[in-house]
Design a binder for this molecule. Structure first.
Ligand SMILES: Cc1cc2nc3c(=O)[nH]c(=O)nc-3n(C[C@H](O)[C@H](O)[C@H](O)COP(=O)(O)OP(=O)(O)OC[C@H]3O[C@@H](n4cnc5c(N)ncnc54)[C@H](O)[C@@H]3O)c2cc1C
Length: 449
C-alpha cells in the first residue's frame, strides 16, 4: 500500500516540507512556514501540543490537562498550506526522501510520506541510567499520561496513609522522594510540599499531611546546577522553608515498590521507605536521533543527541534538519555544542530552520545558527523562584512574577492563558488546587470492567 500521493500532492505549490513533532521546535518551524510558498505536513503521534514546563502542575493537581495542551489542528486551522497528520514516524529513507509511518491506535496512517525538505523535532524522554526497571516505581512528568499517573500516585499515598493503622507503614506512605534537583525536580518537590503543608492540611482526619517528609535527592553538590551557585543556595533555602529536605551529593542505587536506596555518607547504603517516588533526573534524545545517526554516520553523544552541522542539517543531507532536544550543534568546525535542553533553544532552532527553507526558495543563503540565551527561570513555590536573566539575578517575588508572565506568554492559545491565569489567581487567594483527582487505573471500577 503506497498512499504517498494522497498525502503529498494536496496543493498547487510543489515544495513539500514535512515537520516531525509538534512540540516547541516543530511548532515554531511550522508557524514560520504558514505563509511561505510551500506545502507543510506536520506529523505527530499526539494530536496536541504539550506545554511541558507546566506538566508538574498537572502532576500536583494545580492545573488540568486541557489547560496546558492544545490541539495541533486548532493551531493551524486557518493556514491552508498546513496539514496535520496523526501518525508515528518509524524510520527514514533519506535517499528516497520518504518517511516510514506507523498508525497511532486505530487511526490509519499512510505507510510512507515523501518530502522535499524534512525538519525532525522528536524531542527527548527521561532516561533511568540503564535501570529501566526503576521506571515502574519512579514515574516522571514528561508526558500528560505520566503526569496524571504521578498525580494519582501522590494523592493515593495520602489516602493510603489515612487508612493505614501501622505507624511505620503510614510513615512510608507519607514519605515522598523526588530524584534529580534540576528545575523540574525542584519545582516538583516545592509543589508536593505545598500540597502537603497547605492545600491538604484540613482534608484528613487520622493523619496530619503537614507531617509528610519530602526528600529531594541530587547527585551533584547543589540544586539547580545550571544556575549560578548563589541562586542555587537561595533555591535550597526556599525549599527548606517549605519543609523539603535536600540531599545533595547522594546517588540513587536502587528503587523498588517499597522505597529508594541511596549511597550512604559513610560509604554504606541508606534505605528510605517510600511509596511515592518521582523521577526528574537525566534525559535522553528521541530514538529518531539514533535512526538518523545510523543512516548518516553523524556522531551521537552520551545523551543520544545527534550532531548536526552549523545550519542544523545532517551531514551530507542539506535537505534534512534536526532540531531541539535531540541535537547538539557543530560550531564552525570546532567541538559540537550541547545547548541546554530547554524550550527557547528548540523554538529558536525551529524558527531558524524555517528561515533557511524560505531563503533557499528565494535562491538566497542564510548564516549559521546562533542561540540567543534569554535566561534561566525556576519556580519553587508560592512567590518563590529564582531567575538569571542576562546576568541579572532575581529571587523571591520578582523572580516568581517573571516566571509567571513568561509561562503565560508562551502558553499556546488565548483560552489556555486566561484559564491558567484564573486558576493561578484563585489558587493564590485560596491556597487550593482544583484538580486533585485520582484517575489512574487503580480503582476496582477499572479493574473489574
Ligand atoms: C517536566 C519538564 C519541565 C520542563 N520545564 C521547562 C521550563 O520550565 N523551561 C524550558 O525552557 N524548558 C523546559 N523543559 C524542556 C522543554 O520542554 C524541551 O526542551 C522542549 O520541549 C524541547 O522541544 P522539542 O521540540 O525538541 O521536543 P518536544 O517539545 O518534546 O516535542 C517533541 C514532539 O515530537 C513528537 N514525537 C516524538 N517522536 C515521534 C515520532 N516517532 N513520531 C511522531 N511524533 C513524534 C512528540 O509527540 C512531541 O510532540 C521541560 C521539560 C520537561 C519534561
Amino acid at each position: 500500500m503506497k498512499i504517498v500521493a494522497t498525502v503529498c500532492t494536496f496543493g498547487s505549490r510543489d515544495h513539500h516540507v514535512v515537520v516531525v513533532g509538534g512540540g516547541f521546535g516543530g511548532l515554531r518551524a511550522v508557524s514560520k512556514l504558514r505563509r511561505a510558498p510551500v506545502e507543510v505536513t506536520l506529523v505527530d503521534r499526539r494530536n496536541f501540543h504539550l506545554f511541558q514546563p507546566l506538566t508538574y502542575q498537572v502532576a500536583t493537581g494545580a492545573l488540568s490537562p486541557g489547560e496546558i495542551a492544545y490541539p495541533l489542528r486548532a493551531i493551524f486551522k486557518r493556514d491552508r498550506n498546513v496539514r496535520v497528520l496523526l501518525a508515528e514516524v518509524a524510520g527514514f529513507d533519506l535517499d528516497g526522501r520518504e518517511l516510514n509511518l506507523r498508525s497511532v491506535g486505530a487511526v490509519p496512517a499512510p505507510e510512507r510520506l515523501g518530502y522535499d525538505t524534512l525538519i525532525v523535532a522528536g524531542g527527548s524522554h527521561y532516561s533511568y541510567f540503564g535501570h529501566e526497571e526503576w521506571r515502574l516505581h519512579a514515574a516522571e512528568v514528561k508526558s500528560l499520561e505520566s503526569a496524571l499517573a504521578v498525580r494519582s500516585r501522590l494523592l493515593a499515598a495520602f489516602e493510603a496513609a489515612e487508612a493505614e493503622p501501622n505507624a511505620e507503614r503510614r510513615e512510608a506512605w507519607l514519605t515522598f522522594v523526588v530524584i534529580g534537583a534540576g528545575a523540574t525536580g525542584v519545582e516538583m518537590a516545592g509543589q508536593i510540599a505545598e500540597l502537603a503543608r497547605d492545600t491538604l492540611r484540613r482534608d484528613f482526619r487520622t493523619i496530619d499531611p503537614r507531617h509528610a517528609r519530602i526528600l529531594l535527592v541530587e547527585a551533584a553538590d547543589r540544586v539547580l546546577t545550571s544556575f549560578p551557585p548563589s541562586l542555587s543556595a537561595k533555591a535550597e533555602r526556599s525549599l527548606q522553608r517549605l519543609g523539603v529536605t535536600v540531599l545533595t551529593g547522594r546517588t540513587v542505587t536502587g528503587i523498588d515498590a517499597a522505597g529508594v536506596t541511596l549511597d550512604g555518607r559513610d560509604g554504606g547504603a541508606e534505605r528510605i521507605a517510600s511509596r511515592a517516588v518521582v523521577w526528574a533526573a537525566g534525559v535522553t534524545a528521541s530514538g529518531l536521533a539514533g535512526k538518523l545517526a545510523e543512516l548518516t554516520g553523524a556522531e551521537r553523544d552520551r545523551a543520544g543527541r545527534i550532531t548536526v552541522e552549523a545550519d542544523l542539517t545532517l551531514p551530507g543531507h542539506p535537505e534534512v534538519f534536526a532540531i531541539g532536544d535531540m541535537v547538539r550543534v557543530r560550531d564552525r568546525g570546532s567541538e559540537p555544542l550541547a545547548l541546554p535542553g530547554v524550550a527557547p533553544v528548540a523554538m529558536q532552532q525551529g524558527r531558524y530552520a524555517a528561515s533557511v527553507v524560505r531563503a533557499r526558495l528565494r535562491g538566497g543563503e542564510y548564516g549559521a545558527f546562533r542561540y540567543r540565551d534569554k535566561g534561566n527561570l525556576a519556580t519553587i513555590g508560592r512567590a518563590a523562584a529564582v531567575a538569571d536573566i542576562k546576568g541579572i539575578r532575581l529571587s523571591g517575588f520578582p523572580a516568581w512574577a517573571t516566571w509567571l508572565l513568561v509561562h503565560l506568554w508562551y502558553l499556546i492559545g488565548f483560552q489556555n492563558r486566561l484559564l491558567v491565569l484564573i486558576r493561578w489567581s484563585f489558587s493564590f487567594a485560596t491556597h487550593g488546587r482544583g484538580a486533585r483527582l485520582i484517575t489512574a487505573s487503580t480503582t476496582s471500577e477499572q479493574r473489574d470492567g
